[in-house]
Design a protein around this ligand. Sequence first.
Ligand SMILES: *Cc1c(COP(=O)(O)O)cnc(C)c1O
Length: 366
Amino acid sequence: MISFLDLKKINAVHAPDFQQKMTAFLERGWYILGDEVGAFEKAFSLFCGTKYCVGVGNGFDALVLLFKGYIALGKLQKGDEVLVPANTYIASILAILEADLVPVLVEPKIDTYNINPDLIIEKITSKTKAILAVHLYGQLAEMDKINSIATAHQLLVVEDAAQGHGAIIENQKRAGNLSHAAAFSFYPGKNLGALGDGGAITTNDADLAETVAILRNYGSKVKYQNDLIGVNSRLDELQAAFLNVKLPHLDDDNQKRRGIAQRYLLEIQNDKIILPFWDYSANHVFHLFVIRTKNRLELQQYLLDNHIETMIHYPIPPYRQKALKEWHSNSFPITDLIHQEVLSLPISSVLTMDEVEIIISTINKY
Ligand SMILES: *Cc1c(COP(=O)(O)O)cnc(C)c1O
């Protein structure tokens, strides 16, 4: 069986380094916000090219604390509207709601699956105050267009970079450094994954970084002195230690993913399958390789019969989820089409070229 994602194999190569970190961790006896979190924040901000990185408990909290940080700084207010792609993973939308802001959904482009900048403008009202750009499936959103619209309308731009670690524009700017502030997740399955939950924000805004650092720790900077109504969402010290082991390998891992994606794009030839758009630059880190087909359950079963595991990201659009009942009367035909037809093929830094070969030839025989 070719598994969709072999996390055990991905982490196995780092086992000796993880064990060394664990030993040193036990020796130190410092468990919360210690040297490893500090070192990771420094290393990840350097990697992204931002001045600041603040580690938090998970990707969802990274988004929520960014928005709450802007509210604490008076740059956003409860009830402000935030534009967000309608086909994102639901966490993006739930984070906006959790911060008492109002998500306004925008249709994506059918070929890149990313927010359509041309449709952003129609959705801007006097209440619109921010855009949450999502680098969905690992491909950078059209940040130049999004940022110029935002500048013209005086909007904040925040990146949901939970699927985009390391994606880069023209060897210059990376995901996390393409807007006012960004949120990352280190959930185990992400391109940079911990061995548990983890997240971070990146920004060049000193006030925002400090505010998020306070909010993640009960609103406190000086112990037992609480300046803001914060939460407990600190990046775990041990997870930070594991991330410090894995970060130096991220660019190589992403390059392997691109190599697989390139083969899929060049060698999959089947009229029943629509391949994703990619300009072959490093702006895509292929968190997922997402194809479309009319009868995806049939294709999924066929692949499974041939010992190839696939997944669907995602089967139901957020606006049609039971949790968001009041949105069911809306209409997002492109989003609906995407959610009906997408299927994710295996892609990861440990998928072998033999396995890729089998996947391609099996799909071509479908
Ligand atoms: C994974 C993910 C999140 C949430 O991250 P968690 O660490 O699971 O909370 C948010 N947005 C997107 C696009 C994601 O893929």
